[in-house]
Write a protein that binds this ligand. Sequence first.
Ligand code: CA
Length: 236
Amino acid sequence: MIKAVFFDFVGTLLSKEYEDITHQNIIKEVLRDVKAEKADPMKVWEEYEILTSEKFKEFAGKPYKPIRLLEEEIVQELAKKYNFELSPKFWEIHLKMHQEYVKLYDEAVETLKALKTKGYHVGLITDSDNDYLKAQLEALGILELFDSITTSEEAGFYKPHPRIFELALEKANVKGEEAIYVGDNPLKDCVGARQVDMVSVLLDKKGNKKELWRECEFIIGDLREVLVIIEELNGQ
Ligand code: CA
């Protein structure tokens, strides 16, 4: 019997396209702040994406280190290469741009509300610093839609470490097999959820993660399909 539904944040509830726009604006602001007119923001951004993705792969499953520090190290590296000063306001800019530009997938709020109305525990399990996540949830006006929020800062580990999933289950007071985890990263989200017996659901909007579909029990292209999966599992 499924009693709880947990979601990943970036790329699952939060639109990946707008996340890219947000990051481009962070880089633009950072460069503007230190008057680095010579550096090409798009070029710096492209490299920023490559470095962040490498950094997150390196930290997968590892003990938590603040994302603020990981990001500062990356921008420090870019600053050295493209010859600009790291703005002391970097994290402030980072938070501000996220508050301004992030956007949810169209069907996200509708899905969260429908699950809540049906009485399911609705939670968030995400690799994030607490301040960073809270700033975004408040800006999006969805903080109150979650019964529980579990971050890697709180768990002390990054996904797919089981601790972050276990902590979320404890908060909802349910067993793994009574919960679903919806994410967009097969190796972090599906693998992590399955380790604690949660039902793993992959959101693959563009269908470009087929090589890793085997890591997940259900594949969806739209968040609303989660409701159908639960009805099926609960035999309704
Ligand atoms: Ca994600």
